[in-house]
Design a protein around this ligand. Structure first.
Ligand code: CMP
Length: 300
């Protein structure tokens, strides 16, 4: 159920090769189409780590495909063979037989199965004769290949962008990166359960999760807030040897987390004061952007 990125840093380096050296055929396209694809990639929550050569490689390799009205371009539960960007026409997302929403023009879809080696999380139905930009799985994976060194740099850069980790020396971040793993949790997957013993710490790197807590009087599960890229959770049970204080569940269409086990967490992050300043932020309380930045984690 939990997908893992194939290429992990810290392991043996995959064959070196830059997206510029890609053997895949290039498909010429006008400036407007290039912009549409580039913007779509940059807006996607799970493709934010792509660097400029990778973005260029995707833009070059995508090709235009016509799709007929009333067909399923993606079927929930299937293996994924392509990633798409909506170019023209209308598409809807269906999950568990329920229509969730329409895809907007320029939006990426079908990236999850390719990124996390997972089954298709939803179906995509074509509502009118439409056009998509398509990318083959093999080409996508070739573009996504990173050397161990490059992967490490990406994640160090990401950790440096998390306000709470700002003061941490780069050598410590590098050690943390060696011990971290990347996991993907599909919609509604419970990542942490209130009352459980905790052995892991999580940093949201893509998508989002919700924090809920059971009201002991009414027995109702109450939603406290949602957490996004750069927010973290799960530290309190590790610091205090306590039980999980809330439940964390992946929101639609899923969440990518960097996961660190108890021992390296205590060794490298345990002494960090910022991590001990645990703040509960009720979801209905609006906050300004600057204040929000300071409260980028929830104590669990
Ligand atoms: P993938 O799982 O590869 O195939 C179905 C795609 O639907 C999925 O990737 C996402 O790109 C897209 N999608 C859009 N909304 C959702 C959603 N709520 N849940 C799952 N997938 C979604």
């Amino acid at each position: 159920e939990i997908g893992r990125r194939q290429a992990q840093w810290g392991g043996p380096a995959p064959a070196p090769g830059r997206p510029e050296d890609l053997q895949a055929p290039r498909h010429s396209k006008d400036e407007q189409s290039r912009r549409l694809i580039e913007d779509g990639l940059k807006k996607n929550d799970f493709l934010k780590n792509l660097d400029p050569p990778q973005i260029n490689a995707v833009v070059d390799s995508m090709y235009l495909k016509h799709v007929k009205s009333n067909t399923l371009i993606i079927q929930e539960g299937d293996e994924g063979s392509h990633m798409y960007i909506a170019a023209e026409g209308r598409f809807e997302v269906i999950k568990g037989g329920k229509v969730l929403r329409e895809i907007s023009n320029g939006e990426v879809f079908g990236e999850l199965a390719l990124l996390y080696n997972a089954k298709r999380q939803a179906s995509i139905r074509v509502l009118t004769d439409s056009k998509v930009w398509a990318l083959d799985r093999k080409v996508f994976q070739q573009i996504m290949v990173r050397t161990g060194v490059k992967q490490r740099e990406d994640y160090i850069r990401f950790l440096q962008s998390v306000p709470t980790f700002k003061g941490i020396h780069i050598s410590v971040l590098a050690k943390i990166c060696d011990l971290i793993r990347v996991e993907f949790y599909p919609t509604d997957k419970q990542i942490v359960k209130e009352g459980d013993v905790g052995n892991t710490f999580y940093i949201v790197s893509g998508g989002s999760v919700k924090v809920t807590k059971r009201n002991p009087e009414s027995g109702v599960e109450e939603e406290l807030q949602s957490l996004h890229r750069g927010n973290f959770f799960g530290e309190l049970a590790l610091l205090n040897n306590d039980r999980r204080k809330a439940t964390i569940t992946a929101l639609s269409p899923g969440a990518e987390c960097l996961v660190l086990d108890r021992e390296p967490f205590i060794e490298f992050l345990g002494p960090l004061d910022a991590i001990r300043e645990t703040v509960w932020e009720p979801i209905e309380e609006p906050r300004s952007q600057e204040v929000k930045e300071e409260f980028t984690h929830i104590a669990l």
